[in-house]
Design a protein around this ligand. Structure first.
Ligand SMILES: NC(=O)c1ccc[n+]([C@@H]2O[C@H](COP(=O)([O-])OP(=O)(O)OC[C@H]3O[C@@H](n4cnc5c(N)ncnc54)[C@H](O)[C@@H]3O)[C@@H](O)[C@H]2O)c1
Length: 284
């Protein structure tokens, strides 16, 4: 991370307090670094608490204001305690980035019920727990912005990622609905839908009955660097966009989804998945 000794005092994020879940890695880390550069006080909350502390220490070393915390977003009480501790320490909470997430890649027929439940617990219930903890604080303040990370898989069909797509579609519905409810209470809600971003989720997440190297080698597009994704997200947050779609491929895919007949988009998804299925380990 570059030095942030000269903070952008003109930024809307300057002096604001933000919690970022999944802040120890990838998009969350890039968001924390970018927000700190713009003068925000950031709380990096992650299942890997040690790593969150290390990343926060690096931000502090380069001139930013940051704290790290261990948090499992599946633990509603722990999430509420983190929000309460942040408000006690910083006096307010301006942004909650519900960014923590996991992916399990593989066909639905190869997933165990545990795989389904784990994906829904982190990606959906983790967001629900964040909203339950932070929304009342923001209503009381009459201000605040909840930014939930879904995915392009929350807007379009993603065979090979059915549980993940289910969790991310739910996060899109939660966010657009809550946005309409929250607006008159002074609280903003946005949902982030990135395409392929270059983070450890691509290389380290679980693949079930699929040859990871084969699938990754077949990806038709290059992944966007996390820092560029973070900039695009913050641009959308500044403008209070309801749905922040990141990468041109994701924008084009979402546009086609809305323009083309659903039979055609379903056919395209099926054809794309046939390429992934070639890397399935179990005989079909
Ligand atoms: N990278 C992509 O291509 C991409 C595309 C679309 C959406 N997303 C979404 O972006 C978000 C960030 O992912 P990333 O790509 O930066 O991946 P990442 O693996 O680099 O970061 C995810 C972070 O979440 C943390 N985490 C996982 N489970 C947690 C839990 N139960 N409690 C708290 N923290 C937990 C991990 O420790 C990790 O630090 C996720 O919601 C992901 O689904 C990523």
């Amino acid at each position: 991370m570059s030095s942030i000794s000269i903070v952008d005092t003109m930024s809307v994020f300057n002096g604001r307090v933000a919690i970022i879940t999944g802040g120890a890695s990838g998009i969350g880390r890039a968001l924390a670094e970018a927000l700190a550069r713009e003068g925000a006080e950031v709380v990096l909350a992650d299942l890997r608490g040690e790593r969150a502390l290390e990343v926060a220490a690096e931000i502090v070393k380069s001139g930013g204001r940051a704290r790290g915390a261990a948090l499992d977003v599946c633990d509603a009480a722990a999430f509420a305690a983190l929000v309460a501790a942040t408000v006690a320490e910083s006096g307010r909470l301006d942004y909650l980035f519900n960014n923590a997430g996991i992916a399990i890649t593989g066909e639905a027929r190869d997933m165990t019920l545990d795989d389904w439940n784990r994906v829904l617990a982190v990606n959906l219930h983790g967001v629900v727990h964040g909203v339950a903890a932070a929304y009342p604080v923001m209503i009381a303040q009459k201000s605040g912005h909840i930014v939930n990370t879904a995915s392009l898989a929350g807007l379009t069909a993603h065979p090979g990622l059915v549980a993940y797509a289910a969790s991310k579609h739910a996060v899109v519905g939660l966010s657009t609905s809550l946005r309409a409810e929250a607006a008159d209470l002074g609280v903003r809600v946005s949902v982030v839908c990135p395409g392929l971003i270059d983070t450890p989720i691509i290389t380290d997440s679980r693949f079930v009955n699929l040859d990871r190297e084969g699938v990754l080698a077949d990806l038709p597009f290059a992944a966007l660097p996390a820092a560029e994704c973070a900039q695009a997200i913050l641009r959308g947050v500044r403008r209070n966009r309801p749905v922040i779609v990141v990468t041109w491929v994701a924008k084009l895919t979402w546009l086609l989804q809305r323009l083309l007949p659903s039979r055609l988009t379903a056919w395209i998804a099926r054809a794309v998945h046939r390429r992934v299925r070639r890397h399935r380990r179990v005989a079909t």
